[in-house]
Every structure is written in structure tokens, then in C-alpha cells.
Design a protein around this ligand. Structure first.
Ligand SMILES: *[C@@H]1O[C@H](CO)[C@@H](O)[C@H](O)[C@H]1NC(C)=O
Ligand SMILES: *[C@@H]1O[C@H](CO)[C@@H](O)[C@H](O)[C@H]1NC(C)=O
Ligand SMILES: *[C@@H]1O[C@H](CO)[C@@H](O)[C@H](O)[C@H]1NC(C)=O
Ligand SMILES: *[C@@H]1O[C@H](CO)[C@@H](O)[C@H](O)[C@H]1NC(C)=O
Ligand SMILES: *[C@@H]1O[C@H](CO)[C@@H](O)[C@H](O)[C@H]1NC(C)=O
Length: 221
């Protein structure tokens, strides 16, 4: 009896190990957060930008760890004085940064039909407003509306890591642990990560993105 015990125990361990390996491979071999430390993140570090004339719960929910942002193309801007298109965005202004090496990590989900929209941005640049915009047009995820990063992104969770090395003026975007683009910084002295839905030129009537596991990280060296 005693000599039989190690065999099932070994198989049990092997199965657990295999599941762990499969799960880590599902989001990519490479972990872009290595060497970074994760900072506290809760409601104190972000606020929701949504059409100014609506209560927050008409355009944003946070249920079971999933942030859901949605907006209609005909919605009002986020403030009375703004002339920008409709948006519902998680604006992470508790970590405005101007130097060093910063990272946003989040698991994103864009439902079929959401189009003509910015889903994540690094706000703050000069003379431009933004250092980075990730957009979805007809299911294609792009850097601004130029470089295609993922040809078809609808209806699946993906792991997004955006690293902004301010001192080197470089931005890196990883999807599922794979580097998709390294772009130049665009100047500016204060930067903020944002994610959600922000209408661009030719938008679908309804826009939505969901986010979970949001982390803000910075390099310790
Ligand atoms: C990212 O990984 C998830 C989980 O394995 C998978 O469902 C999804 O299709 C992947 N997406 C891309 C663009 O690699
Ligand atoms: C958020 O986290 C900070 C730091 O851990 C803490 O001081 C603060 O009370 C938290 N705020 C909320 C709303 O949970
Ligand atoms: C962070 O930056 C945003 C956008 O520039 C600004 O509105 C906000 O007041 C800043 N927050 C802090 C704490 O500096
Ligand atoms: C998106 O798809 C629609 C309908 O299929 C088409 O009319 C439109 O030109 C496409 N837009 C882009 C940016 O590809
Ligand atoms: C939106 O349209 C304006 C004017 O037609 C153009 O200058 C701008 O580049 C467009 N932006 C995007 C993201 O396609």
C-alpha cells in the first residue's frame, strides 16, 4: 500500500504542473512585468470620464472584478466645455508621471461591432494630446489608425501590456506577451494611462470595452 502512494501523487502533481504551464502559455511565454513592481490600484487612483449629463452607472459598471465601459456615438462629451467625441474612460490620474519607466497591464475584451474607437491611451504629449492610442476599427486593433497590431480582436480576452519608458522616449505594446510595436514617445511632461471607449472618426453607434486585472507598475531600478 505504502509503495503505491507516490505514483498517484506524482501523476496528480504532474497534472497540476501541466495545467499551470498551459495557463501561463495561454497569455504568452514572456512576462513584460518582470523587473517592475505593481503599485496599489483601487478607486482612489482613477475616476470615470463619461457623458457629463448622465450618471456614471448609465455608462460604467464594475462587477465581479470586470470594468465595463460603454458609450453611444451620439452621447455628450465628458464635460460641458469639451468639444471631444463621446467617451467612457477609466482615467488613472492617481499615477500621473513625468519620468521613469511605467507600465499598464490589463486584460481587455472588445465585443463584436464596436468600431471607430480608442480603447486605451497614454494621455499627455506635446504638441499632440497623446503619446499612444490603441484603436479598433472593424475588429482590427491598431496603433493610432496606422499600424495593425492584431487583425481581428473581437470577442476574446487578451492581455495588454503597455510600457512607457519616458527617459528613453519609447513605448512598447505587448499583446498576450508578444511585442507588437515599439514606437517613439511624443514629448510632454505629464502622462496618464486611460482605458475604455473613446469615439474616433467613424464610430459604430454602440461602443464597449471590458477590462479586468488592471495593474499600474513601475521599474524599481
Ligand atoms: C490571447 O490569449 C487568449 C487566451 O489564450 C486567447 O483567447 C486570444 O485569442 C489571444 N489573442 C491574441 C490576439 O493572441
Ligand atoms: C486604496 O489604496 C490605498 C493604498 O493602499 C489606501 O490608502 C486607500 O484607502 C484605498 N482606497 C480605497 C477607496 O480603497
Ligand atoms: C493628472 O493629469 C490629468 C490630465 O492631465 C489632470 O487632469 C489631473 O489633474 C492630474 N492629476 C494629478 C493628481 O496631478
Ligand atoms: C468597416 O466595415 C464597413 C462595412 O463592412 C465598411 O463600410 C467600412 O469601410 C469598413 N471600415 C474600415 C475602416 O475598414
Ligand atoms: C479623422 O479625420 C480628420 C479630418 O478628416 C483627420 O485629420 C484625422 O487624421 C482622422 N483621424 C483618424 C484617427 O483617422
Amino acid at each position: 500500500m505504502t509503495c503505491l502512494f507516490p505514483i498517484p501523487a506524482f501523476f496528480f502533481l504532474a497534472i497540476i504542473l501541466q495545467i499551470a504551464i498551459q495557463q501561463s502559455l495561454a497569455w504568452g511565454h514572456f512576462d513584460p512585468t518582470k523587473g517592475f513592481i505593481s503599485l496599489p490600484f483601487n478607486r482612489s487612483y482613477y475616476h470615470i470620464q463619461k457623458p457629463y449629463d448622465l450618471p456614471e452607472d448609465q455608462r460604467y459598471s464594475f462587477i465581479n472584478g470586470v470594468h465595463k465601459c460603454w458609450v453611444y456615438s451620439a452621447d455628450k462629451p465628458h464635460s460641458l466645455t469639451s468639444r471631444t467625441p463621446a467617451r467612457t474612460e477609466i482615467a488613472i490620474q492617481g499615477y500621473n508621471y513625468s519620468s521613469g519607466n511605467w507600465q499598464f497591464e490589463g486584460y481587455g475584451y472588445i465585443p463584436y461591432g464596436t468600431s471607430g474607437v480608442c480603447i486605451m491611451q497614454i494621455f499627455g504629449a506635446r504638441p499632440h494630446a497623446t503619446t499612444l492610442m490603441l484603436t479598433v476599427h472593424n475588429g482590427t486593433l491598431s496603433y493610432y489608425s496606422s499600424t495593425v497590431l492584431v487583425p481581428y480582436i473581437y470577442d476574446e480576452w487578451f492581455r495588454l501590456n503597455v510600457i512607457h519608458d519616458v527617459d528613453a522616449s519609447k513605448v512598447k505594446v505587448y499583446i498576450n506577451g508578444t511585442l507588437k510595436i515599439e514606437a517613439n514617445g511624443r514629448g510632454g511632461t505629464s502622462h496618464t494611462f486611460k482605458c475604455g471607449v473613446y469615439a474616433q472618426n467613424v464610430s459604430s453607434y454602440y461602443m464597449e470595452s471590458c477590462w479586468k486585472g488592471i495593474k499600474i507598475l513601475t521599474r524599481c531600478d
